[in-house]
Design a protein around this ligand. Structure first.
Ligand code: 5AD
Ligand code: SF4
Length: 459
């Protein structure tokens, strides 16, 4: 027992190495950073080379079938690596974290016995202990949690770690979802809605700013459902929280994602009108333009409700760019329903969008519906929708040419002599490196556009 414990401590000549691979959304990116931080305090360093690793952690996504299946192909490759390592007398632990871990639990180990550890997103604070057990050869499945557990155990990140990650950062303020859209696994994988406290959020944002972060993106599956007790003792929503965060010295830009139309309240819309540091960009998924499908999806709003909401937001902030998510081929979707989706896209005019073929997810009400749509119809609808969305996105990109805009310089460019900044509308802008240091705000004139990025020059 004692010798085993000694072996488990990180005081060894070469530190253990972890290879972290992240799939899916920004919250997984954030969670991977937190897991990296937790592992660093256990003596692990991160490696970019899977062959060097003593531990491989896959932080997985369960949103669509394709995303979930990717994990199993990766595990197939890792099985070979683990075998080679073991023949060379070296240990390789394999862990599956994230939403596939939460949704499938021990089924993962049954299907892929190479896995040593399965850990769901609400139990990452138990990672060090779980690893210790895994190293003793015990297969671990950690998916049970008490709802209030998650945020209580999140440490404020270390200033050095923050600095190493650059001038933009994610900050989770809310997790989970109570909306139960009938296509979506999130209410099951990420659990019911929970908001982090103002105190914790302000502490983390302050640490980020001290570490050189200039732009923070607040994250939540339903971020605009965030609510909490404010510093003034009143009940706050996301709008009030944004005003508080804007006071932190060093914070030049705030963003938030992802929002539900039902939770865009007056205070949040007012924040878009009154708060300069809140960027004029809003990801507000509508999923479908057909009232019949919206109802079957349990979205709890109509085509017109969404249009009216966009109008109120644009009245508050006329230059706001709207981004969206769309699903084609939800069960029962007719040609007429799909045309309603095309119509809402034309009516709104999206700066950016993500569109998907409906994927039947186990355990969701949508999967039980009859009238599932044939694959070739989904393909054809997706192509038409994407053609329209790309056209709108290109129009938006090209409308920037000739304008003077403010950039946050984020990183060196791919080519020597260049730096890359970001516009208020999330577009990467390539500029001469002399135009500013990383972390600085600068004004440039947009001189040209590529497919996704813009080119800027001195004014
Ligand atoms: N099939 C296809 N797309 C889905 N999404 C969520 N669930 C599904 C599903 N079952 C999409 C939605 C959501 C985005 C994150 O993923 O558009 O907004
Ligand atoms: Fe999924 Fe709907 Fe919740 Fe978004 S609002 S996470 S789509 S259930």
């Amino acid at each position: 027992m004692t010798t085993e414990l000694l072996q488990d401590k990180p005081a060894q000549a070469t530190p253990r190495k972890v290879f972290l691979k992240t799939y899916g959304c920004q919250m997984n990116v954030y969670d991977s950073q937190r897991m990296g931080d937790a592992l660093a305090s256990e003596g692990y360093v991160q490696t970019e080379t899977v062959e060097d690793a003593d531990l491989v952690l896959l932080n997985t996504c369960h949103i669509r079938e394709k995303a979930a299946e990717k994990v199993y192909s990766e595990l197939g490759r890792l099985r070979k690596l683990k075998q080679e390592k073991s023949e060379a007398g070296r240990e390789l632990l394999i862990g599956v974290a994230g939403c596939v871990a939460q949704a499938e639990g021990k089924e993962i180990i049954r299907r892929a016995p190479v896995v040593d550890l399965v850990i769901g997103p609400q139990t990452y604070h138990r990672l060090p202990r779980a690893l210790e057990q895994a190293r003793r050869g015990i297969k671990i499945v950690e998916t049970e949690y008490a709802i209030e557990d998650k945020f209580e155990h999140l440490p404020v990140p270390d200033k050095k770690a923050v600095r190493a990650r650059g001038v933009t950062a994610f900050l989770t303020v809310q997790e989970g979802c109570d909306k139960f859209c009938t296509f979506c696994v999130v209410p099951y994988t990420r659990g019911s809605e929970i908001s982090r406290s103002v105190k914790q959020i302000v502490a983390e944002a302050t640490r980020l700013a001290e570490g050189g972060v200039r732009e923070i993106t607040l994250l939540g599956q339903n971020v605009n459902a965030w609510h909490g007790e404010g510093i003034d003792g009143r009940s706050w929503g996301l709008g009030e929280l944004l005003f508080r965060l804007a006071e932190i010295p060093g914070i030049a830009r705030l963003r938030y994602t992802t929002s539900h139309p039902r939770d865009m309240d007056d205070a949040l819309i007012a924040a878009h009108r009154d708060l300069d540091v809140l960027m004029p960009y809003l990801h507000l998924p509508v999923q479908s333009g057909s009232d019949r499908i919206l109802k079957a999806m349990n979205r709890k709003h109509s085509h017109d409700d969404y249009l009216r909401l966009i109008e109120r937001i644009r009245n508050a902030r006329s230059d706001i760019a709207i981004s969206g998510d769309f699903i084609v081929g939800f069960p029962g979707e007719t040609d007429g329903d799909f045309e309603e989706t095309m119509r809402i896209v034309r009516e709104v005019g999206y700066a950016q969008a993500f569109s998907f073929k409906y994927s039947q997810r186990p355990g969701t009400p949508g999967a039980e519906l009859g009238a599932q749509i044939a694959e070739d119809i989904k393909d054809e609808r997706l192509q038409r929708l994407q053609a329209l969305l790309v056209e709108q996105q290109q129009d938006f990109t090209h409308s920037m040419i000739g304008r003077e805009i403010e950039l946050l310089i984020e990183k060196p460019g791919r080519q020597a002599g260049q730096k890359v900044g970001r516009s208020p509308w999330l577009q990467p802008v390539i500029v001469d490196e002399k135009l500013g240091d990383i972390g600085e705000m600068t004004r440039v004139r947009i001189s040209g556009a590529g497919f996704n990025s813009l080119f800027g020059e001195a004014i």
